[in-house]
Design a protein around this ligand. Structure first.
Ligand code: COA
Length: 258
């Protein structure tokens, strides 16, 4: 049913693969539309607890927006494509944890997509940049906002103003990616992390994600108030009863997402 993405369910983990390897998985309109539709489906699928997003092939995660589609775009259509119903915002507001599995070029809109995810795992051959400046344009998928929050203003400024590419080790040192692995271990390590998270209580995961994201969008007092409200909501769940009972009974909890 999808043509340029694939969705694979591996237990409680869904893997969304952007599948245009001949174009280094560049984000065209069809990738946006299909991915947003898939996210809508997956958010309502209770069997899916964690989402992994990756690109097909070994060379590229996503090499940015599809530059060939920039021709013919008007300011209005381009603004619409990158705004509220964009893939970036659909990932940002997705209620379950999302892990970017970065297996090569992670450029422009690709890096913005990875940054919209909650955690980034990268292979040693991954390369990162915001090269929009070289096309006479600028970041439009969240780059100027998410990059400084992740790596600090000075480093973000340098990447946005030069378009320079950094390697995986530098990205890890900057805090742009959480972990770097040899290419042949990336998938196994990403699935290990995804499965570990998938065992946790789904409502507590969702609320934790909301609270952490709120930190960069609010001041400390508002954030602390929001956190305690979300924390209190956890006390209404069956999973809280199960988690506490399992600890006291010295057994592994079985969370149901209720
Ligand atoms: N949009 C559209 N097509 C893209 C693309 C993009 N962002 N990135 C790569 N492609 C296409 C190439 O045009 C080429 O297509 P073709 O075989 O039909 O000519 C194919 O993908 C392979 O890319 P190629 O450039 O031949 O590979 P390379 O190994 O020589 O170079 C890159 C790899 C990533 C350095 C180079 O493709 C590149 O600079 N891409 C654009 C990155 C960019 O500016 N992204 C931000 C856009 S805002």
């Amino acid at each position: 049913m999808y043509e340029v993405i694939t969705i694979e369910k591996r237990g409680a983990v869904a893997v969304l693969t952007i599948n245009r390897p001949d174009k280094l998985n560049a984000l065209n309109k069809q990738v946006h539309t299909e991915s947003v539709a898939a996210l809508d489906e997956l958010r309502n699928d209770a069997s899916v607890r964690v989402l992994v997003i990756t690109g097909s092939g070994e060379k590229s995660f996503v090499a940015g927006a599809d530059i060939s589609e920039f021709e013919g775009q008007t300011p209005v259509t381009q603004r619409d494509a990158f705004h509220e119903r964009s893939l970036f915002n659909s990932i940002d507001s997705f209620p379950k944890p999302v892990i970017a599995m970065v297996n090569g070029f992670c450029l422009g809109g690709g890096n913005e997509l990875a940054m919209a995810c909650d955690i980034r795992m990268a292979s040693e051959n991954a390369r990162f940049s915001q090269p929009e400046i070289n096309l006479g344009i600028m970041c439009g998928g969240g780059g100027t906002q998410r990059l400084p929050r992740l790596i600090g203003e000075g480093r973000a400024m340098e990447l946005a103003l030069t378009g320079d590419m950094i390697d995986a080790a530098t990205a890890e040192r900057f805090g742009l990616v959480n972990h770097v692995f040899p290419s042949d271990q990336l998938e196994a390590e990403t699935m290990k992390l995804a499965e570990k998270i998938a065992e946790k209580a789904p409502i507590a995961l969702q609320l934790s994600k909301e609270a952490v994201k709120f930190a960069s969008r609010s001041n400390m007092d508002e954030g602390l108030r929001r956190e305690v409200d979300l924390f209190a909501i956890c006390f209404s769940t069956e999973d809280k009863k199960e988690g506490v009972a399992a600890f006291l009974e010295k057994r592994k909890p079985e969370f149901k997402g209720r």
